[in-house]
Design a binder for this molecule. Structure first.
Ligand SMILES: O=C(O)CCC(=O)C(=O)O
Ligand SMILES: [Fe+2]
Length: 310
């Protein structure tokens, strides 16, 4: 006769699991998020409305906003421990890049900022490696989180990436590494540090240093060469703060990490449309491998480029 766990110990049945799993129907994040300050389950709550209004203002003004103390202390402790465990699965790549990620152009004078190359080390743990019971995976898929991000960005809806790797990643910066000055290709990113280095690893940004009307090479060059130290702002970020950042026009970097401890940041990637999958070559470059989803998405793009289907 088969015996079930419940038959042996009735308490098991009464308390099936302690750990919550990522669930795209779960709106109540009160175990993880400081919902006294950010009552995510009720978008109409005046406390949340006030926070959203402030975030919108900050984003409009300087492309950067922070929801301080977003995680509850116990959830932060869990996220930090999970991040430390996950970091052993990081894929690292290093390359020399300029702020635009373009290749060297010898026709330009040596002093041009496009010829200023900096060492960039990326360490990433991809979504497929991040278990469903981790704090960051639970947050990423929750409708309450998506609603918050959509409200802050004044979008109707935001969606998880369909990309099996890139939707949620943990960014790992070991001591001695940095993310040099750059712009993002995404309109915005949502991030949360889960572990801070002992020294360095500071997020610095130059609000709207370029605009759709111009690159402002002179101004950008002065920052990149370290001649202009007054334009960059340093944002004090603490583990458990949620950051929204629009990086298309605001040059930014993470300074070199010092001390013994790594810097861990969760990056929550959302899009305006469902079904987003990253490009094949870019995926290989960033994560060292690709999935069937990337290969198939690339094939569909090629078909579309021919104009033969849809
Ligand atoms: O880790 C951060 O705080 C931001 C990193 C960044 O700029 C990026 O991933 O593009
Ligand atoms: Fe960036």
């Amino acid at each position: 006769m088969p015996t079930t766990a419940a038959a042996i110990d009735p308490a098991v049945d009464a308390k099936p699991t302690q750990r919550r799993l990522a669930d795209a129907e779960r709106t109540d994040l009160s175990e993880l998020v400081d919902t006294d300050r950010y009552p995510l389950h009720d978008v109409d709550d005046p406390r949340l409305q006030a926070e959203i209004a402030r975030v919108r203002e900050d984003l409009d003004r300087e492309g950067c906003a922070v929801l301080r103390g977003f995680l509850r202390p116990e959830a932060l402790e869990q996220a930090r421990d999970e991040g430390r465990e996950l970091s052993t699965k990081s894929y690292y790549s290093s390359c020399r890049v300029n702020a635009w990620f373009t290749s060297d152009d010898e026709s330009l004078p040596a002093s041009d900022p496009r010829r200023h190359f900096m060492e960039r080390t990326s360490g990433f743990v991809t979504r497929d490696m991040i278990p469903a019971d981790t704090v960051i995976q639970q947050l990423y898929v929750s409708p309450a989180m998506k609603r918050l991000v959509a409200e802050c960005l004044q979008e109707d809806e935001v969606y998880e990436y369909a990309d099996p790797f890139a939707g949620l990643v943990q960014n790992v910066l070991p001591p001695g590494t940095e993310q040099p000055w750059h712009y993002d290709t995404n309109e915005y990113i949502v991030t949360m540090m889960t572990d801070a280095p002992e020294t360095g690893g500071e997020f610095q940004y130059c609000p709207n240093i370029r605009t759709p009307a111009g690159e402002n090479y002179a101004g950008v060059g002065a920052v990149i060469r370290g001649e202009d130290t007054t334009t960059p702002r340093t944002l004090l970020l603490r583990p458990g703060d949620l950051q929204l950042f629009k990086g298309r026009y605001s040059l930014h970097r993470v300074t070199r990490v010092g001390g013994q401890r790594e810097r861990h940041t969760a990056i929550f990637a959302y899009s305006q449309q469902p079904g987003v999958v990253g490009r094949l070559e870019r995926t290989r470059q960033l994560y060292g491998r690709v999935s069937e989803a990337h290969i198939e998405a690339e094939k569909r793009r090629e078909v579309r480029a021919d104009g033969l289907l849809d």
